[in-house]
Design a protein around this ligand. Structure first.
Ligand code: THU
Length: 160
């Protein structure tokens, strides 16, 4: 028997002002995407911004439905938008911003499990990781080197 470990390290910036300018700009894009969120049921807005290798930024936001389980997460909306507009484009980074209309959240919110799986498959497809940049409504910003850091022991297409 042996024990194995996962180690995840990520950078913590005091706020968006402390970020390198490229990441600060991308996070501002994610915050802009909050304006297009449709979240009348949860009143929890999520914005995602993907930076492509070609320099383009693609936005996504959460889209809810009166049939609650049909809600689409911002991260997967952004990833689908990337593939639709720029098939197979390489993603360099994704920023995720939130706003809870009921109370102010001052710590980063990480993607849900389903989004982590879809992020991991995009990394697998493009054969390279991309940075994940997370912030609450205000407060510290986390920068993870890869989406896979959020999903150890990932189920990937090579099993199939
Ligand atoms: N949501 C996202 O957009 N991304 C996540 O990773 C977590 C949750 C959305 C779904 C729903 O519209 C609202 O946040 C509350 O769960």
């Amino acid at each position: 028997m042996k024990e194995e470990r996962f180690q995840v390290s990520y950078l913590v910036y005091e706020n968006e002002g402390a970020l390198p300018s490229e990441d600060a700009l991308l996070l501002a894009g994610a915050r802009k995407a909050l304006d297009s969120a449709y979240a009348p049921y949860s009143r929890f807005l999520v914005g995602a911004a993907a930076l492509l290798e070609n320099g383009q930024t693609v936005l996504g936001s959460n889209q809810e439905n009166a049939s609650f389980p049909l809600a689409l997460c911002a991260e997967r909306v952004a990833l689908a938008a990337v593939e639709s507009a720029f098939p197979n484009a390489k993603i360099m980074a994704m920023a995720i911003a939130i706003r809870n209309l009921k109370r102010k959240i001052e710590r980063p919110a990480a993607p849900c499990g389903a989004c982590r799986q879809v992020i991991a498959e995009k990394e697998w497809r493009q054969k390279s990781p991309f940075r994940i940049i997370l912030q609450g409504e205000t407060g510290p910003v986390y920068v993870l080197p890869s989406g896979k850091d959020l999903l150890p022991l990932t189920f990937d297409p090579e099993y199939l």
